[in-house]
Design a protein around this ligand. Structure first.
Ligand code: MCA
Ligand code: AMP
Length: 507
């Protein structure tokens, strides 16, 4: 057996079923892609990318709608040995401009609709190539790749070689590029394959319903790697739709979602025991799953949702067990290979049941923030633990409960919203003296932002205009759902804005 390099794609490819003509991905519009299609398509795209004469660590930035071709572009970037940079399709030019300047991608792939403004920003950031990829298989990328050979040798990689950069906007406003290596992703994918009992084709196989975006870790790694490293078919939904999910449940075995997806599925009368009889596993993460949701799901379907906890910087950290007790309200014990500890403000390791800062260590923990060595150093302890910014406790049986965050972060429908980023935009608006953005509970999205804005003396501010200005500049999901103009913000003795008082006032 030739030594398979640490290139993640090589390991995914090694797991493809023997019958390459079996269906690997079936879309909600009925298109079917075989395993051979995946291998040929990614080979042609990889050959095309390599024909551009790119530097070995070239970044390939991608901001497109979800499609199987976008999946192939991700896999092609891995097999060609370049660095994949997925960007939320909701980002607008101010956000994209930052990522292009920071990551300096050699190639940008965008939708035809955005081609005009993206090329302007990309070329001024020094990018040499911009291609289009649309969700109807049109665009210059596929036209050019169609000329390339479908024979491609996967580029050899070491475990520590960079594979992906995922931007997680910093709680201090400036986005940070989390650098994930082939080894980070492969180690986590192999652990989860066993921990969640993925079944090979010989064991009856698994079928995953993929209803998440593929520009974040949950949909791009946990879901896609989970299926591919097990040679499992994916039912590929371009966008989450609860009725579509219900329709496909009888033909699937595994579903992954953020809590909002479960809340919306529970609102469907068609959700019941018989609809979910064929399923073996429902996984939730990216945001807290309310105990009410966990219990309601169990009553309606008989399934106990398996909740797990992860981060862009670490992929998956903890998980409720497949066989053991799945405890609603907890994120389960640390995964095999992950060291997790709870630390007091004084840096002391706390005993079971005591609440403190969660720190982690393991082969899944990222290689640092892109071109931010000082910021990276701040986020690790001297003995190599990564500070998650999450607050929680370990109980006597090793189950982790997340009780809050020390980082100023709102998680809305599974997307991270950073108050610092919004506050800096609001503070730059004319007539604004200062602002604070806080999270308040929301039945659908779990938590949404509320902006509290103080005008400059003598200025009249209109809340609706503030929200409209944000909507024109930032990805929609970040825009606070409410805005209140007030005379001043509550501050403590040190002059720090008391966001907890604002949360109580506006919840
Ligand atoms: C859409 N809107 C939102 C959100 N999504 N507002 C706040 N939060 C959101 N998440 C806005 C839309 O812009 C629209 O605004 C209005 O809400 C209604 O849109 P709707 O149709 O309800 O939204 P949707 O398109 O159905 O999206 C809801 C969604 C989506 C399906 C829950 O947000 C989603 O797919 N979330 C998954 C995020 C994810 O993959 N997270 C993983 C991060 P308007 O009406 O004004 O136009 S990775 C991670 O966290 C770690 C690693 C981990 O542990 O997994
Ligand atoms: P991201 O920065 O998008 O990777 O989001 C990671 C953050 O999502 C973590 O630091 C947690 O705050 C939160 N998170 C992920 N999974 C869970 C979960 N199961 N319960 C509560 N919070 C979670």
């Amino acid at each position: 057996m030739s030594e398979v390099s640490a290139n993640l794609y090589a390991h995914l490819r090694a797991a493809f079923p023997v019958d390459l003509d079996a269906v690997a991905v079936e879309t909600d519009s009925g298109d079917c892609y075989s395993w051979r299609d995946l291998d040929r398509g990614t080979a042609m795209l990889a050959n095309f990318l390599q024909s551009l004469g790119l530097p070995h660590d070239a970044r390939i930035a991608v901001q497109v709608e979800k499609s199987v071709e976008a999946l192939m572009l991700y896999l092609a970037t891995l097999r060609a040995g370049f660095v994949f940079l997925p960007l939320n399709s909701a980002y607008q030019s101010a956000e994209i401009n930052y990522f292009l300047g920071d990551a300096e991608p050699a190639v940008v792939v965008c939708s035809a609709q955005n081609f005009g403004w993206v090329t302007t920003l990309a070329f001024s950031a020094g990018t040499r190539w911009v291609f289009t990829l649309n969700d109807d298989r049109s665009g210059s990328l596929l036209e050019r790749a169609a000329q390339a050979s479908d024979q491609h040798a996967v580029v050899s990689k070491m475990p520590d070689d960079l594979a992906v950069i995922i931007y997680t906007s910093g709680t201090t406003g400036r986005s940070k590029g989390a650098m994930l290596t082939h080894g980070n992703m492969l180690s986590n994918a192999l652990v989860l394959k066993d921990f969640w009992g993925w079944r090979s084709a010989q064991q009856g196989g698994d079928v995953l319903i993929h209803a998440l975006p593929i520009f974040h870790v949950h949909g791009l790694f946990v879901a896609i790697h989970g299926a591919l490293i097990n040679g499992s078919k994916m039912i590929w939904l371009a966008k989450f739709d609860p009725k579509l999910v219900l329709q496909h449940l009888p033909h699937a075995t595994v579903f992954m979602g953020v809590p909002t997806l479960y809340v919306r599925l529970l609102a469907e009368p068609g959700l019941n025991h018989s609809a979910t009889r064929h399923m073996r596993l429902f996984i939730s993460g990216s945001a807290p799953l309310l105990l009410d949701t966990f219990k309601a799901w169990q009553e309606r379907t008989g399934h106990a949702i398996l909740e797990r906890y992860g981060m862009s910087e670490t992929i998956m950290l903890t998980s409720n067990p497949l066989q053991g007790e799945r405890r609603g309200g907890t994120v389960g014990p640390p995964l095999p290979g992950v060291s997790l500890r709870v630390i007091s403000g004084q840096g002391r390791e706390l005993a079971a049941g005591e609440i403190g800062d969660i720190q982690v260590k393991g082969p899944n923990v990222f290689a640092g923030y892109w071109r931010m060595p000082e910021k990276t150093a701040e986020e690790f302890t001297s003995d190599g633990f990564f500070k998650t910014g999450d607050v929680g406790q370990l109980d006597a049986s090793g189950y982790v409960t997340i009780v809050g965050r020390s980082k100023d972060l709102i998680i809305s429908g599974g997307y991270n919203v950073y108050p610092a980023e919004l506050e800096s935009f609001i503070n730059d608006l004319p007539g604004v003296s200062e602002s604070a953005v806080v999270g308040v509970p929301h039945a659908d999205f779990g938590e949404v932002g509320v902006a509290v804005v103080v005008p400059k003396p003598g200025v009249q501010l209109d809340a609706g205009q503030i929200l409209a200005a944000l909507k024109a500049r930032l990805a929609n999901y970040k825009v606070p759902k409410q805005c209140h103009v007030v005379a001043d913000l509550p501050r403590n003795a040190m002059g720090k804005v008391q966001k907890n008082l604002l949360r109580t006032q506006y919840r």
